[in-house]
Design a protein around this ligand. Sequence first.
Ligand code: ADP
Length: 445
Amino acid sequence: IPNTEAKETAKATDGDKSDEEEKEDRAAQSLLNKLIRNSLVNNTNQVEVLQRDPNSPLYSVKTFEELRLKPQLLQGVYGMGFNRPSKIQETALPMMLAEPPQNLIAQSQSGTGKTAAFVLAMLSHVNPVNKWPQCLCISPTYELALQTGKVVEQMGRFYPEVKLAYAIRGNRIEGGSKIQEQIVIGTPGTMSDWLTKKKVVDPKKIQVFVLDEADVMIAMQGHQDQSIRIQRKLPKDCQMLLFSATFEDSVWQFAERIVPDPNIIRLKREEETLDTIKQYYVLCKNKQDKFDALCNIYGAITIAQAMIFCHTRRTAAWLAGRMAAEGHQVALLSGELAVEQRAAIIERFREGKEKVLITTNVCARGIDVEQVSVVINFDLPLDKDGNPDNETYLHRIGRTGRFGKRGLAINMVDSEESMAVLRAIEEHFSKKIVKLDTEDLDEIE
Ligand code: ADP
């Protein structure tokens, strides 16, 4: 469809992506992360803890037994294959399970065990004998709320007396009746509706309030106000818990309005480095020439798995077609795919079913490339103003700390402009990017 292609190209080159689209991306990215993540991320950093009462002892646990969980919940935790608490859970769980309850703001990158932690806290706090909502959890989108619900169901598998309701659009509920489920998970709009207009949940009986994905939440229109409105209806002694993957100032300000007297836990994300990466560039004349160079590279060295980044969907699709015609097993990750489809493609690539993953930038953010030995920038990364995007460059090819295997990065340069971008990136990281002659590839083996 030429029309969308033109739009896409314009978008990519002019960078006139609307704010709305950026925000949707954030929720989609977060969902994608959840769909493709099936284990904890590695992180060797220390957890930073800021206690509300610095004089009280700081407890941290190395085992789930130490938490004195209900046997059904311990069984649920082990049933999920968890052997011991994650780094963030070591300190967050004792705080969340303390008596009297303590408020908590916790920040750590996605995949560090936040969701599992607050789900366990919710399940621990409810009294299944009481047939009314006792824990509320709000998420930025319908899909994210469902994902959290799945964790509640998994972890609560041996504790069937505890029931879960979803306050999400489409879940029609009669005003006047009361909800009996002890845990309610939903989006701010519908949740607010259930509390105030429909009055199917009594806010005064809520003991635990969780706000998940605070950074995504505040990026969405109206969610911030609605969240605050919900929080204001809850009792003073209700436990407030807030989680975020990132911590910009705006998230901070929001967090402080949602969570009074908080304990704060932070786990910095592992630094990415280019130290273990060999970086090269190839001088080309145009797109076709880049493709030929790519074929030469494939002809000369053995590449187990490669990720190739293109600037636009259009180039990505073109390249995927050309490489497939050359007999490569190619997967194409593209913006118009639904998040679930993207997750399936990434999963297949991870399993090695495809050897080449061609993608545009938007889609690739958040993908772990640890197993990928070769990354090719078919186009160099630019930010939305068209300037060299160092951060994205690092994220595409960088490896984290001591877990990183060695890698190879190849940049395709086809104009004075892209050469200038390359030089700027080289300078920024003070790491030489070596010229590669694709007619003579002995040096990279
Ligand atoms: P986050 O909410 O920070 O993104 P999750 O709670 O979703 O992190 O956990 C990320 C992944 O790690 C999930 O697949 C989850 O099942 C798993 N996980 C969480 N806690 C543990 C643990 N203590 N041991 C092993 N795996 C865990």
